[in-house]
Ligand binder design. Structure first.
Ligand SMILES: Cc1cc2nc3c(=O)[nH]c(=O)nc-3n(C[C@H](O)[C@H](O)[C@H](O)COP(=O)(O)OP(=O)(O)OC[C@H]3O[C@@H](n4cnc5c(N)ncnc54)[C@H](O)[C@@H]3O)c2cc1C
Ligand code: FES
Length: 253
């Protein structure tokens, strides 16, 4: 884990209000794994004081990409960073997806900004596995398909793709996957992760998800990011250190 000042090279709007930020950061780029995250100090001033966590979206050579939308002060400052500014990045943090293993088909399931970690996952897996991506959003504007493979889309309001939620869309295609060695990778709102967990247990698919919660330190010191473990009664794991990626069997979602 390093604190590295990395110059902002580009910020582009890939969907309405969804930004892709590119920074030059060779040291982090050489070691970061899909599913890990970076904790970013968005300003040199005192407000906001806390760093903001973002999944690694992709790595291309010495360059890192982050994908984000504007939620509040921190992300608004980030979206307007002048090109060339040094960004104070702490990372890589967290555990990352386990992409190895005995499976030949990877299913990516994402809701809204939950698509953020999957360009890097896709880049790492595409030479070795079949990849299918099920991508949902509330409306057509929330569906993010940037650098994903074999995409099927859903929207809650039916403005694009299947009308309904993305886990129902996946269930409509389940016959296609029942006879292959399949692993699911998910990220999105809690309600989506909960139904993805139910789905994967019902059909006995191995499934890892990227979880989120409010964070302060980002590396296990403040104890501020607990998630309930299923392994022992009343036991908790830390999203920042033990996660943010968990097998759905290991945590209460
Ligand atoms: C491990 C991890 C990875 C993440 N990866 C990404 C990513 O790749 N792209 C991305 O856009 N965001 C990601 N997030 C969420 C991101 O960190 C928050 O959106 C960001 O911190 C908001 O900062 P802000 O100052 O703009 O908003 P704030 O002013 O802090 O908050 C504005 C509003 O958003 C709500 N909010 C803040 N954080 C979250 C959250 N995590 N979930 C739901 N609501 C929230 C607050 O409660 C508040 O109502 C990730 C979070 C975690 C923990
Ligand atoms: S954010 Fe401090 S322990 Fe997780």
């Amino acid at each position: 884990m390093f604190v590295i000042y990395s110059p902002v090279e580009e910020i582009i709007e890939i969907n309405p209000q969804i930004f892709l930020l590119k920074v030059f950061s060779p040291k982090i780029a050489s070691i970061i794994k899909p599913g890990q995250f970076l904790n970013i100090r968005v300003t040199e001033g005192n407000y906001p004081l806390l760093r903001r966590p973002f999944s690694i979206c992709d790595v291309e050579g010495d360059h890192l990409y982050l994908m984000f939308n504007i939620m509040g002060t921190g992300t608004s400052i980030l979206a307007h960073k002048p090109i060339g500014t040094d960004l104070d990045i702490l990372g890589p943090l967290g555990n990352g997806f386990n992409l190895e293993g005995d499976y030949d088909t990877a299913i990516i399931v994402a809701g809204g900004l939950g698509a953020a970690p999957f360009p890097f996952v896709t880049r790492k897996l595409k030479e070795k596995k079949n990849i299918f991506s099920f991508i949902g959003g509330r409306t057509e504007h929330d569906i993010i398909t940037y650098n994903l493979n074999n995409v099927k889309e859903s929207s809650d309001d039916g403005s694009r793709g299947y009308k309904g939620n993305v886990v129902d869309l996946l269930e409509n295609h389940v016959e296609q996957f029942k006879n292959s060695k399949t692993k699911i990778f998910g990220c999105g709102p809690t309600a989506m992760l909960r139904s993805l967990k139910e789905f994967s247990l019902k059909y006995n698919f191995d499934c890892e998800v990227s979880t989120e919660c409010a964070m302060a330190c980002g590396f296990g010191i403040c104890q501020g990011c607990p998630i309930e473990s299923t392994q022992q009664q009343d036991s908790y794991l830390l999203v920042c250190k033990d996660g943010p990626i968990f097998n759905v069997k290991d945590v209460v979602i």
